[in-house]
Design a protein around this ligand. Structure first.
Ligand SMILES: NC(=O)c1ccc[n+]([C@@H]2O[C@H](COP(=O)([O-])OP(=O)(O)OC[C@H]3O[C@@H](n4cnc5c(N)ncnc54)[C@H](O)[C@@H]3O)[C@@H](O)[C@H]2O)c1
Length: 312
């Protein structure tokens, strides 16, 4: 398989790149390092195991000259996250919509038949049912949710206009694992990990009974690979573990794994926070053969070890 990974220096992309290499693929990464980290892939570049094209997917000429000679594009490059998109909606829209159009145009021009797109549960907006299947209403309530949905719709439209192009959109729920660093817009697990190892209390908003579906990045990388080798028509899939835990349980597990004594403090619930969130991942199982395999406690233990060794 000749694969291109846009956003391959990022958290999920860099895990996928390694899985692709293990499966004998040749890999080209396209990334501008705006949120990805060189350290995630530098060793692979130095050893000549992957090709790296540094540049911006908003630049159509750059994309046309690099997104070519491949069987599949894993399109992961994006401006990621709700708050970031509220802070900079122009960056969000230009990267996530225009960037995706640039990738699709290059694919059509350069005859690449398949795109596997990293979408997000953010497309759903306010969650109405505790378990979310693909038909849950899509009322994205942030620029990020809207642009991820627009990119999905763009892929569906392109595959209708150009039958030689097919797309698989994977809507991720909460992902965690190796190469997930703490940043300003960080997710709950790196935030808790940072505080635990800094000897600071961790803050839970609300009473901690809210639930989330956490899926390990190794499972997400495998789902991408399965999507690439499947001969399914263009479609969308929810991608989670299919089970959920409370934030209280998550905090307790992380503290226990770390062996530290960490205080938990409670702060008022945040208005935008949903109470319960779990993916119905049945369709991904039926059509792609994907089922999350990494057991949560083991995955968290591996993550905490990685975080302590690399981020503390
Ligand atoms: N992490 C999650 O929990 C999660 C959940 C749902 C969806 N996603 C989606 O998964 C994908 C990967 O997310 P991630 O968590 O690995 O984030 P990340 O920020 O680590 O990775 C994104 C990568 O894209 C690159 N990039 C950003 N803008 C670019 C541009 N204009 N040109 C070229 N490269 C650019 C960044 O440098 C980075 O390497 C994204 O599409 C995101 O929307 C992630």
């Amino acid at each position: 398989m000749k694969a291109i990974v846009t956003g391959g220096a990022g958290f999920i992309g860099s895990n996928l790149v390694r899985l692709l290499l293990e499966n004998g693929a040749s890999v080209r990464v396209v990334d501008n390092f705006s949120s990805g980290h060189r350290i995630n892939i530098q060793e692979l570049v130095d050893k000549g195991q992957i090709e790296l094209f540094e540049g911006d997917i908003r630049d159509a000429d750059f994309v046309k000259s690099t997104v070519k000679d491949a069987d599949v594009v894993f399109h992961m490059a994006a401006c990621v996250g709700r708050q970031k998109s509220i802070d900079d909606p122009i960056l969000d829209a230009s990267t996530n919509v225009l960037g995706t159009v640039n990738v699709l145009e290059a694919m059509v021009k350069n005859h690449i038949p398949k795109v596997v797109y990293s979408s997000s549960a953010a497309i759903f907006g306010e969650l109405i049912t505790p378990t979310i299947d693909e038909n849950h209403p899509q009322n994205a309530d942030s620029p990020y949710g809207v642009t991820k949905l627009a990119a999905e719709k763009m892929i569906l439209a392109y595959s209708g206009i150009y039958p030689e192009l097919s797309g698989t959109c994977l809507r991720y729920f909460n992902i965690y694992g190796k190469n997930q660093r703490f940043d300003l817009y960080g997710n709950v697990i790196p935030i808790f990990a940072k505080r635990i190892y800094a000897g600071e209390p961790i803050t839970i908003f609300g009473d901690g009974s809210q639930t989330r579906d956490f899926v390990n990045v190794k499972d997400v990388a495998r789902a991408n690979y399965l999507a690439a080798i499947a001969s399914t028509p263009t479609d969308v899939y929810n991608l989670g573990s299919g089970s959920s835990i409370t934030i209280n349980e998550l905090a307790r597990m992380l503290i226990e794994i770390s062996g530290r004594k960490t205080e938990i403090v409670y702060a008022p619930e945040r208005p935008a926070d949903v109470k319960h969130c779990k993916a119905n991942a049945d369709k991904a199982y039926e059509k792609l053969g994907f089922k999350a395999e990494v057991e949560l406690y083991e995955g968290l233990a591996e993550y905490m070890k990685w975080f302590r060794d690399n981020c503390v």
